[in-house]
Design a protein around this ligand. Structure first.
Ligand code: MLT
Length: 232
């Protein structure tokens, strides 16, 4: 069974969770691992990120779609180059994405999802089985279109594989939206709030990348013992 949910409505400790923030935190996390990052310590607060920075960790930090001044890089998948993150443990904080990770880190498992890893993620979640919640980070506790589109695309793939049969309303809503958008997802999102925010912050090249499928075939997961994201 699959069920998209919106941060911070999510509160069930035993769910298996896929955290999604298409624009851009989870896409950037996948890009960092595809570029060789060893681990990513997700932190919710700026002060925690600054503390890690003072200890010498490379830090990525974003608020309101802008890179924070103290940080080494921001929240663009193009920021996390192999030169900046290869072989390193980095720290990452973003407006909504890392808050959603924080909210779900006690789940039975927590995986990171984006269009950039959608196929390998689907294989992994089928392998794990059980009820999966797609936790959409949204924006400032509100639903957004791009994360809902991901939920619809993911559900469509599971239906094609005959893995889900029962469709809760939340899945039907996501599927309907994806059906409308899938011929040209970039055109579909052009009027969305966060696309406009990205344009206003000169990040217009990020959106097309964030909507491409399978550019970063990694499945980051939250390692509860270590307190960081890792890939196997
Ligand atoms: C977030 O965590 O809200 C974002 O990923 C925002 C952004 O695009 O930088």
């Amino acid at each position: 069974c699959l069920s998209p949910a919106l941060y911070p409505a999510y509160r069930q400790e035993n769910d298996r969770v896929i955290v999604v923030d298409v624009f851009r935190a989870t896409t950037t996390i996948c890009a960092a691992f595809a570029n060789g990052a060893r681990a990513i310590i997700p932190v919710a607060g700026i002060q925690d990120a600054e503390r890690y920075k003072a200890q010498g960790f490379p830090v990525g930090a974003e608020r309101n779609a802008r890179k924070c001044d103290f940080a080494d890089f921001g929240n663009s998948p193009f920021d996390v180059t192999a030169e900046k993150v290869g072989g390193k443990t980095i720290v990452f904080t973003t407006t909504n994405g890392t808050q959603a990770v924080e909210a779900a880190k006690d789940s039975a498992y927590l995986l990171i999802g984006a269009f950039s890893n959608i196929d390998v993620l689907m294989e992994k979640s089928i392998e794990f089985g059980g009820r999966v919640v797609i936790l959409c980070a949204g924006w400032n506790n509100r639903i957004n279109i791009e994360d809902t589109l991901f939920a619809g695309a993911f559900a469509e793939k599971l239906i094609q594989k005959a893995v889900i049969r029962r469709l809760p309303d939340s899945v039907r809503i996501a599927l309907h939206l994806w059906e409308k958008a899938k011929a040209d997802p970039l055109d579909f999102v052009k009027q969305t709030e966060h696309y406009q925010r990205l344009i206003a912050n000169h990040a217009e090249t990020d959106a097309p990348f964030c909507l491409q499928h399978d550019t970063c075939p990694v499945v980051p997961y939250y390692d509860k013992e270590k307190g960081w994201l890792s890939v196997s």
